[in-house]
Design a binder for this molecule. Structure first.
Ligand SMILES: [Mg+2]
Length: 346
């Protein structure tokens, strides 16, 4: 079996209801769809999504179609790591991180989908699963929601059976952050988990000042308190606070993650499947984290579910609200694994 064709196609449209965190306004529904086909007619696919930068899906599709795809046509699709190394060497000249690694991730996820379809199994079985379901929380508390909307969406998430909710922090004042946390706690109850996410917006002193309050309010973790590349700052903050520090959704590739672990910069690691480099890279990052006794909580869901099923140190999957009409039922706060071949509905 050989790879015969690799194609990428982009779509982008404005989001009607713009979502805000402390750093970004998510104003776009963008996606770059990657398809890998083999000489004997097996096809795998993946989607790389974008919440802003409307031109990005088309730029990524251009990079995949004109730069990455020609390099791997004719390769054996089972040699996923060989393909990844080849694409790393190819893109190193202009930088593998950023869109380059998102392109490699798209091809990697599509290859895993293809292999699962070729052998008639869901990807989590090929990865060597540790569990048959994954504990999941809901990221629902956007910063532009007023307190009533925040309470309502968090109550809906708890009604759907999630283990807890995450809300954005980094409001103009700490008092406002605290009011929002207390309001959410009043509707989710004392036992549900409540995570807070600052999306890299604080400097060290402000992160320390606010982190002490989030900690006293019983928040479960403090996510991206500082810039993702401020490894020293994260390590110092982790020493100074009792609340667990979570970060990783803006780190690229296993070598950036190795630095986070070696410098003891995070209590919980949160790779993003697109930015970290796909299923292969996330498995390696997760196993490296396990060797450092760092739990793994995904940034996002989708095909990441297969990785979370297979890692020994999985803590949680991050999800949004289940869409209306979804056939998924959470049991004991856990997301079920798909039985479809390949990536399936995961
Ligand atoms: Mg986050």
């Amino acid at each position: 079996m050989k790879i015969s064709r690799v194609t990428a196609a982009a779509e982008s449209r404005p989001r009607v209801a713009v979502l805000h965190d402390a750093l970004q306004a998510l104003d776009t529904h963008g996606v770059c769809r990657v398809t890998v086909e083999t000489s004997d007619g097996v096809r795998g696919s993946a989607s790389i999504s974008f919440g802003r930068l409307g031109a990005a899906p088309a730029i990524l599709a251009h990079l995949i179609n004109d730069e990455l795809a020609p390099a791997i046509v004719g390769e054996d699709p089972f040699l996923i790591r060989a393909i990844r190394e080849k694409l790393w060497r190819l893109t190193d000249y202009h930088g593998t991180v950023g869109l380059g690694l998102m392109g490699i991730a798209g091809i990697d996820i599509a290859l895993w989908d293809l292999l699962g379809i070729a052998v008639g199994q869901p990807v989590w079985r090929l990865l060597g699963a540790c569990r048959d379901r994954v504990p999941t929380y809901a990221m629902v508390g956007w910063l532009n929601y007023d307190i009533e909307a925040l309470k309502e969406v968090c109550a809906t998430a708890m009604g759907q059976g999630f283990v807890g909710v995450k809300i954005k922090v980094g409001a103009p004042t700490l008092a406002e952050d605290a009011r929002r946390i207390e309001a959410v706690r009043s509707v989710i109850g004392e036992d549900a988990l409540l995570m807070v996410d600052a999306n890299q917006v604080f400097g060290f002193n402000e992160a320390l000042r606010r982190g002490r309050v989030y900690q006293d309010l019983g928040c479960y973790w403090f996510e991206e308190p500082l810039r993702a590349d401020d490894t020293d700052g994260l390590a110092r903050l982790r020493e100074a606070l009792a609340i667990p520090i979570a970060s990783g959704e803006n780190n690229y590739g296993r070598r950036q993650f190795r630095e986070l672990f070696e410098r003891r910069a995070v209590d919980i690691v949160q790779p993003d499947l697109r930015r970290a480099g796909g299923i292969t890279e996330c498995m390696e990052i997760g196993l490296m984290a396990d060797a450092f006794d760092v739990p793994y909580a995904s940034h996002g869901s989708g095909p990441h579910l297969h990785v979370l099923a297979a890692l020994p140190n999985t803590l949680f999957m991050e999800s949004g609200l289940l869409p209306k009409g979804s056939s998924v039922r959470l049991v004991d706060g856990c997301y079920p694994l798909p039985e479809d071949s390949g990536i399936g509905s995961g």
